[in-house]
Design a protein around this ligand. Structure first.
Ligand code: 9D3
Length: 274
């Protein structure tokens, strides 16, 4: 898969893509990313990319011509018309389902806006407009990185363990269960909190113990019990923190039964503690 990213801050993109799962995918050739400096597609001596808004008002608007030239240059290089994505606060929400949609494309072009926005006429060349959430960022570079990262990990061979991609929480529609590694006991309280309580609630921790212990079921070697405990933890956390996810989660019979128990318990105690 090929990405072309157009931005006035190439350095912001390049550093982030050089490391981790995405960096390795690029090294191995599963992924190709070219970052284009929008200023290289200007024709004036000062490489100006913004101008005052018609109709007046505060802030600046990104001039259209550099975007058209950049898109022409990128499009001319390949045989097929690429899928052009504009990152913008007005876009549809980027989700795991959208990442999956984009992951079947051969060639994606990401346009990163800055200032108050981009001249509306650039949208005549845009296939998809995406926002990563309802908060105000200073530009489209971080959203573009978010999108590249989420899409890249869906490409075959990019994430080492295929199974971990399949079982990932948002693929199944549940939050993850708690994870532990050695040692089995930590001398506590390690939270740094005056009362020694653990971090956010919703399952897992022995909050008031002086020692922080890994749940004994995980040390039991009873794989059926471990699987069931993890399902219960994932369901309890989802019910507690993101009940909205349960409406579209894909649950097996055992999970539906555990969820019924949790909901019944929640109804009688007012908690979702597993
Ligand atoms: C004053 C109105 N604002 C629009 C909601 C102005 C504005 C805010 C932020 C204009 C551009 C930006 C820059 N943000 C993005 O380009 C952006 C973004 C974001 O801010 N949040 C979540 N997703 C995205 S995708 C691109």
């Amino acid at each position: 898969m090929t990405f072309d990213i157009v931005t006035i801050f190439p350095a912001m993109i390049e550093g982030a893509l050089a490391v981790g799962v995405v960096g390795r995918a690029i090294e191995r050739g599963s992924l190709a990313v070219t970052v284009h400096d929008l200023r290289q597609f200007t024709s004036d001596r000062h490489h100006v990319v913004d101008d005052v808004p018609y109709g007046g008002g505060p802030g600046m608007v990104m001039k259209p011509e550099p975007w058209f030239r950049a898109l022409d240059a990128i499009t001319e290089r390949g045989p097929e018309r690429p899928h052009v994505v504009l990152t913008s606060p007005q876009g549809r929400r980027f989700t795991q389902a959208v990442a999956k949609e984009l992951s079947v494309r051969r060639h994606l072009v990401m346009l990163c806006g800055r200032y108050e926005g981009i001249d509306e006429r650039v949208r005549t060349r845009v296939d998809d407009e995406l926002s990563i959430g309802d908060y105000v960022l200073s530009g489209g570079e971080l959203p573009a990185l978010v999108i590249v990262d989420a899409v890249a990990r869906l490409l075959p061979g990019v994430v080492g363990d295929e199974q971990s991609v399949v079982e990932e929480s948002f693929t199944r529609g549940l939050l993850d269960f708690p994870h532990y590694t050695r040692p089995a006991e930590l001398s506590g309280p390690a939270s740094g909190r005056p009362d020694g309580s653990g971090a956010a609630g919703g399952g897992g921790g022995a909050a008031t113990d002086a020692t922080l212990k890994v749940p004994s079921v995980l040390l039991s070697g009873n794989h059926a019990a471990i699987r069931r405990w993890r399902k219960r933890q994932a369901l309890a956390r989802t019910l507690e923190r993101r009940p909205d996810l349960l409406a579209s989660a894909v649950l097996d019979e055992e999970e539906r039964e555990i969820l019924r128990e949790l909901v019944a318990h929640e109804g009688t105690t007012g908690t979702t503690e597993a």
